[in-house]
Design a protein around this ligand. Structure first.
Ligand SMILES: C[S@@+](CC[C@H](N)C(=O)[O-])C[C@H]1O[C@@H](n2cnc3c(N)ncnc32)[C@H](O)[C@@H]1O
Length: 273
């Protein structure tokens, strides 16, 4: 059933421009890895419309998988505020026999601790640094055997107006070649990280990445900083917790101001005309 043409047709029946979804060839990439590794339990961070989640559910069902957890910071879908986040999961999933658990209005920081035991994941949420790295660090404790975590939008920062979205690139850059793979899909926009590594090794990767200046457009809230620090401390030890707090102190409030961004954009447009 999940042949290329079937995926293509189902995708185009649901896809809308501007809804931030993965592309068909990126779905093919996910499918090939799921078919090879046969994860039983999968977590997606960044549900949005639910297009990717619906397909992941199908791929899991076709390869012995049983459970998909998907979460999103928003209750209502950003592309159409009349629709709840994840509204496309069921129509795309069809009758795939996979249990889907949805969480809306929370980040990974707020996901209950007993929602755990994943073999594979997909991070496609806030692309501003340090979110993709933070999501990766906080997924590891919920993945008992490590496993692969996909990331999306490796190239988004290069596109006009999206330079804050360098998070997936900073995250990717911290991992050794032996632990990362960029798919040729969508010209190298998706990759996986292999998290089957000792906690100490990932902690060192995390420390290096967290100290790269953050590119947040909205600062982390005090409660989010507290939660992240507590979770990093619990899972990786006090040194990584303190590194995170140092980085938060340095970078949580730096950003390129919106007025400056708007002026720069206007200048670029005038130069082009
Ligand atoms: C690019 S969209 C995801 C697209 C979806 N994976 C697909 O391919 O159909 C990003 C989503 O992440 C959500 N989001 C943003 N920041 C988040 C965070 N820190 N944690 C969880 N979700 C977040 C947004 O509300 C948005 O719905």
């Amino acid at each position: 059933m999940e042949e290329h043409q079937a995926i293509h047709d189902l995708y185009h029946a649901h896809h809308r421009d501007g809804w931030g979804s993965v592309a068909v060839d990126e779905l093919e990439f996910f499918r090939s890895v799921i078919a090879a590794e046969r994860p039983e339990s999968f977590i997606e961070i960044g549900t949005a419309s639910g297009l990717s989640g619906g397909f992941i559910a199908r791929f899991l069902a076709a390869n012995g998988g049983r459970r998909l957890v998907t979460l999103d910071a928003e209750e209502w879908f950003f592309g159409d505020r009349t629709k709840p986040t994840g509204f496309q999961i069921d129509p795309v999933k069809g009758d795939a026999a996979v249990e889907v658990q949805r969480f809306a209005g929370i980040t990974l920081l707020g996901l209950p601790e007993d929602v755990t035991g994943f073999d594979m994941g997909f991070v496609d949420a806030n692309h501003q640094h340090p979110w993709p790295l933070l999501d990766t660090l906080l997924l590891h404790p919920r993945m008992p055997s490590g496993g692969k975590v996909f990331h999306h939008d490796l190239k988004l920062y290069r596109d006009d107006g999206h330079f804050n979205s360098i998070g997936p690139k900073h995250c990717f850059d911290q991992f050794p070649d032996s632990r990362r793979y960029v798919s040729p899909a969508r010209d190298g926009n998706s990759y996986w990280l292999d998290l089957a590594m000792p906690r100490e090794e990932l902690g060192r990767i995390g420390a290096a990445g967290l100290l790269i200046p953050w590119t947040l457009m909205e600062p982390l809230e005090d409660a989010q900083i507290e939660d992240a620090a507590a979770q990093l401390g619990r899972h990786y030890g006090p040194a990584l917790r303190d590194t995170f707090l140092t980085a938060a102190q340095r970078f949580n409030w730096i950003r390129i101001s919106r007025p400056k961004r708007a002026i720069d954009k206007l200048k670029r447009r005038l130069r082009r005309e």
